[in-house]
Design a protein around this ligand. Structure first.
Ligand code: IPM
Ligand code: MG
Length: 356
């Protein structure tokens, strides 16, 4: 049966990088990949057109689709808008409306890029870790939230960090299940020494781990985890953590691999339906210049084939094609180093298609 893919390019470099991933997906049609692509508006582009960063039509399209491919949202242009209609709200809205609670952010170092990392090659060589970030709860969505004016006229901003046992258990299960297919080690990251909410997180993970006797569970405070990620990142297999800690740690982990332009992500619901996007942002400073790295988005399409469309062979082909173009010395500006061939966004996409 034809699988429907909603393509939401978004803002900044979003349209450029998504176009390259679409090229790669379309190249598989001749090999029997039965997909139909539909395009929708999200983020600032959607706000400009409709007054909402997540128009009803986009939400409906995303709900009907089997999978969603997303570029990036946001930009200087919309920064002064009220927070309720900022581009980021479109992204948070779609994550939450579609119940995409499990965010998988792999950080894999391609050996060809060991020199592109700011860390010493021996610290990062062979790095392969998976961050499992809770995506629809925690302080990002907790109520009450807002900015209020106190009696003395001073303003006060407030947000709420809240997790239920059921939310912790379901993200914990995702992490344990993934660990079983890897090195069977889960490190749960919290701030249980200070925050009650994550004290419950730690207790719940510990109880859940009894169902996964074959997986080794460890706990780490988030400040230490940030330090360990840059000190000795290879100690980690799977890390599982809250929405905000995962946001921060995944940016940190991305730089271990040389460039944030290399890292894909999957955001899955209970049934494996997913939204796939690079973990980087919309990079408005380089938008429209055809210099952005499309590999994170192309690798996100590979994750889509693996996790939602059940086409691991096509996913493998994309991942080896990416490795091949790196072997050929092709580099976008963010991963460029002396002796390599500098290519544009579109040239990189074409090279991946040619290497499939
Ligand atoms: C990410 C981004 C988003 C987040 C922003 C754009 C809302 O930083 O996907 O990591 O904070 O989750
Ligand atoms: Mg982030």
């Amino acid at each position: 049966m034809t699988k429907k893919i909603a393509v939401l390019a978004g803002d900044g470099i979003g349209p450029e990088i998504v176009a390259e991933a679409v090229k790669v997906l379309k190249a598989f049609k001749q090999d029997g990949l039965d997909i139909e692509l539909e395009h929708g508006l999200i983020g600032g582009a959607a706000y400009d057109e409709t007054g909402s960063p997540l128009p009803e039509a986009t939400l409906e399209m995303a709900k009907q689709a089997d999978a969603i491919l997303l570029g990036a949202v946001g930009g200087y242009k919309w920064e002064s808008l009220d927070i309720s209609v900022r581009p980021e709200k479109g992204l948070l809205g779609i994550r939450s409306q579609l119940n995409l609670f499990a965010n998988l952010r792999p950080a894999l170092l391609y050996p060809q890029l060991a020199d592109a990392s700011t860390l010493k090659p021996e610290v990062v060589a062979g790095l392969d870790l998976m961050i499992v970030r809770e995506l629809t709860g925690g302080i990002y969505f907790g109520q009450p939230r807002g900015i209020r004016t106190l009696e003395n006229g001073e303003k006060e901003g407030y947000n709420t960090l809240v997790y239920r046992e059921s939310e912790i258990n379901r993200i914990g299960r995702v992490a344990f299940d993934i660990a079983r297919k890897r090195q069977s080690r889960v490190c749960s990251v919290d701030k249980a020494n200070v925050l009650e909410c994550t004290e419950l997180w730690r207790e719940t993970m510990t109880t859940l781990s009894k169902e996964y006797a074959d997986v080794e569970l460890s706990h780490m405070y988030v400040d230490n985890a940030a330090m360990q990620l840059v000190r000795a990142p290879k100690q980690f297999d799977v890390m599982v953590t809250t929405n905000m800690f995962g946001d921060i740690l995944s940016d940190c982990a991305s730089m271990l691999t040389g460039s944030i332009g290399m890292l894909p992500s999957a955001s899955l619901d209970e049934n494996g339906k997913g939204m796939y996007e690079p973990i980087h942002g919309s990079a408005p400073d380089i938008a429209g210049q055809n210099i952005a790295n499309p590999l994170a988005t192309i690798l996100s399409a590979a994750m889509m084939l693996r996790y939602t469309l059940d086409q691991p062979d096509f996913a493998d082909r994309i991942e080896s094609a990416v490795s091949k173009v790196l072997d050929q010395g092709l580099r976008t500006a963010d991963i460029f180093s002396a002796g390599m061939t500098r290519v544009s966004t579109a040239e990189m996409g074409d090279a991946v298609v040619a290497a499939l």
